[in-house]
Design a protein around this ligand. Structure first.
Ligand SMILES: Nc1nc2c(ncn2[C@@H]2O[C@H](COP(=O)(O)OP(=O)(O)OP(=O)(O)O)[C@@H](O)[C@H]2O)c(=O)[nH]1
Ligand SMILES: [Mg+2]
Length: 305
């Protein structure tokens, strides 16, 4: 299945929400309040957020377009302008160090495993570090993934200093000539050491071993939490040099529109989409495919193409 189809499939629930509101007005010849109202409702239903919905509606009014099909085409273009093209995957250092952070349960560990798989498929040697030492089960979960994938891993005992795990992982990666180190972290906000302090320390310690590290800090966001996830993650943005967002659980969510708010408010590109629990269910983010999946009214060979 092509990437476009997979994105479109993952966005089914979000798109349905949007379309539910808009469908009745489809094909209406004149731009009317009903069309604008339907688009507004559709955007809000799919969790684009109040602010951005307002902006989009103002923009649509200014285009002077009439009729729902024309307006939806204009909407699609406007949505695209909100979603920056992510930079290409780069591996600037050997090892390239990728830190994965986010609120607990959002999908960090799964994303680490999916990325390890993706990069191993590309022929890279990958090492994963179990720097969520707060839960014994978290270390086991990561170890199981590493073993299943046939990639190296570094673990310490339960309760160990996460920064020390990260430090060891980079040292080991150097010694073994590894290409990419993926670091899984804890997400609980109420541990003994506050999470942000713990993660900041990890960044400082990483920089001691490798001044250019971490090369990527990926913030994992759960699309099914919608707008609420944003508030929870502002803190990560304040404390860490986030380079990209991974939007997980897009498959089960009807709130995929929150991606717009993420791109606008976090001012970092969305890099990947999590579209299922399987190891291959991670897609590189492509704005055009995403927007098409979001508002396509007659998929897959519909009139809006
Ligand atoms: N449907 C779906 N489920 C996902 C996706 N990503 C992760 N999950 C599921 O979400 C649950 C939590 O994922 P984890 O990767 O353990 O989340 P975490 O952020 O590491 O959680 P903590 O270690 O507790 O902080 C698991 O059941 C995953 O299978 C996704 O893209 N789609
Ligand atoms: Mg985890």
């Amino acid at each position: 299945m092509s990437l476009w189809h997979r994105v479109s499939q993952a966005l089914t629930r979000t798109r349905e929400r949007f379309l539910q509101a808009v469908r009745e007005t489809l094909g209406q010849p004149d731009s009317s309040d009903a069309v604008f109202q339907a688009i507004e409702e559709g955007l809000l239903q799919s969790d684009v957020g109040v602010e951005i919905t307002e902006e989009l509606l103002q923009h649509l009014r200014r285009t002077g377009r009439k009729g729902s099909i024309e307006l939806l085409a204009a909407l699609r273009d406007a949505l695209l302008s909100y979603l920056p093209e992510p930079p290409p995957e780069q591996f600037p250092s050997q090892p390239t160090v990728v830190l994965v952070v986010g609120v607990n349960g959002f999908g960090k560990t799964t994303t680490v495993a999916k990325l390890a798989y993706r990069w191993k498929q590309q022929g890279k040697q990958v090492l994963i570090a179990a720097a969520d030492t707060f839960r014994a089960a978290a270390i086991e979960q990561l170890q199981q993934w590493a073993e299943a994938l046939g990639v190296g891993y570094i673990r310490h005992r339960y309760g160990a200093d996460p920064a020390a795990v990260a430090y060891d992982a980079v040292q080991a990666a150097r010694a073994r000539g590894v290409d990419v180190v993926l670091i899984d972290t804890a997400g609980r906000l109420h541990t003994k050491t506050p999470l942000m302090a713990e993660l900041e320390k990890m960044v400082r310690v990483l920089r001691k071993v490798e001044p250019t590290a971490p090369h990527e800090v990926l913030l994992v966001l759960d699309a099914s939490v919608g707008q609420n996830a944003l508030a929870q993650t502002q803190e990560f943005l304040r404390h860490l040099p986030i380079t990209g967002v991974v939007l997980t659980k897009v498959d089960g969510s009807a709130r995929g529109g929150m991606a717009l708010a993420v791109a606008r408010k976090c001012r970092v590109p969305i890099r990947y989409l999590g579209v299922g629990e399987g190891i291959e269910d991670l897609l590189a983010f492509e704005p055009v495919a995403f927007v098409q999946g979001l508002v396509d009214t007659l998929s897959p060979e519909g009139a809006l193409r």
